[in-house]
Design a protein around this ligand. Structure first.
Ligand code: ZN
Length: 389
């Protein structure tokens, strides 16, 4: 009920202005009477709790002037926040229809109307509104942002890509990153059909827009691998480490396979040792331990693991220690106990989430390129700390 006071105020002000004049001409007299009737009708509807009729009547009575535009926007925003979208739409449409509104206010009304349609899930209408504002210095970038959100929701990657010129012109990092992911989505479809050239071209476009897109390099490594171009795949994996150290643990096993194809295992472990020294990741540690074990034996590997766990304990590292102990245990009972501990730790890790969104904190056991909660791209990364990396 209180939000309708926003309407009542400007109406009352306009009414007061007419009443306050000393000499009222005939025309003004008619307007005054008309305003008075609509104002009283609106007030009556309001008092009898007929909100929609009250809004219609008060909007009708209201002359949109400089001093009342802000009141309109504030009231419509209140409606939208409360989920009363039909009412917010009504007020914004009233502003858009108004002929004499200054350009800036008119653009704001179109923009807010677009947001109303978007909240109501009316994507086509929202798109029409935002498209009208793309050349506006005040609302161009914001509208483009919403348009890309719509294309993401409808998985219309091509429509998003058709706005590339504008995205490049605005040079907004977040939008460039979003568009790079649209290319990655298209590349994923092409990858599923094994269209080698198309995948590479799409991913090159993605990297041109966002040189830090580890997703583009990840997919590129996969297609090179499928086509037995392991040297190029290894280069992509190395690039991923430079682009996103937090995501890198997820590609270690695949990268190892690539180096094995090239018969360059030692080179891989040199790289992984460097990764472990720089990031202390438990995946890098476990991978490197297999090398130490092979080269220097189980004892040395165990010593290395123990000193690593003392410096930075992790459940995954501890599970690996139990596994190593099992290899050395002679006693059958000992082996059975260790096996039980290993199983328990395994079960414990299974109920823990592997990934968390760095943007909103959403947790998941499955990896998604777009966060299911906040819809940001490439924000789900392996969890760090005792129960993670
Ligand atoms: Zn998120």
């Amino acid at each position: 009920m209180i939000e309708l006071l926003f309407l009542l105020l400007p109406v009352a002000m306009a009414y007061g202005r007419f009443m306050g004049r000393n000499s009222i001409k005939q025309k003004d007299q008619t307007i005054k009477q008309d305003l008075s009737i609509k104002y009283s009708t609106g007030l009556n509807y309001l008092l009898s709790n007929q909100k929609d009729k009250a809004i219609d009547s008060l909007l009708d009575a209201l002359k949109v002037e400089d001093d009342s535009v802000e009141a309109h926007f504030a009231m419509a925003n209140l409606f939208r926040k409360r989920g009363e979208l039909d009412r917010a739409l009504k007020v914004h449409e009233h502003l858009v229809r108004h002929g004499n509104l200054p350009t800036k206010d008119k653009q704001q009304a179109v923009f807010e109307l677009g947001k109303d349609f978007l909240s109501a899930g009316l994507y086509d209408r929202a798109e029409t509104m935002f498209n009208k504002l793309l050349k506006s210095p005040d609302y161009g970038l914001k509208s483009l942002n919403y348009l890309l959100q719509i294309f993401q929701s409808t998985k219309d990657w091509q429509q998003g890509i058709s706005h590339q010129k504008l995205v490049v012109k605005f040079n907004d990092k977040r939008l460039l990153h979003t568009l790079a992911n649209f290319y990655c989505e298209q590349a994923t479809s092409a990858f599923e059909q094994d269209k080698f050239i198309e995948v590479i071209e799409l991913l090159e476009q993605a990297l041109k827009l966002d040189p830090n897109s580890c997703r583009a390099n990840w997919l590129m490594a996969k297609i090179y691998e499928n086509h037995k171009q392991c040297e190029l795949a290894c280069k992509c994996y190395q690039d991923i480490y430079q682009q996103d150290k937090e995501f890198f643990p997820d590609v270690i096993d695949q990268m190892h396979k690539c180096y094995l194809h090239l018969d360059a295992s030692d080179e891989f472990f040199r790289f992984i040792k460097k990764v472990y020294d720089e990031t202390a990741s438990s995946s890098a540690l476990i991978s490197y331990l297999s090398y130490v074990e092979k080269k220097h034996g189980n004892k040395k590997a165990k010593e290395f693991l123990l000193s690593a766990l003392k410096r930075r304990p992790t459940i995954r590292g501890f599970k690996h220690l139990v596994k190593m102990e099992m290899k050395q245990a002679d006693d059958v009972d000992n082996k059975a106990s260790l096996d039980l501990i290993k199983e328990l730790i395994g079960e414990y890790l299974k109920i823990k989430h592997r990934y968390s969104c760095r943007n909103c904190g959403f947790n998941s056991s499955t990896h998604y390129w777009s966060c299911p909660s906040c819809h940001e791209w490439e924000q789900l990364k392996p969890v760090r700390g005792l129960e993670g990396e």
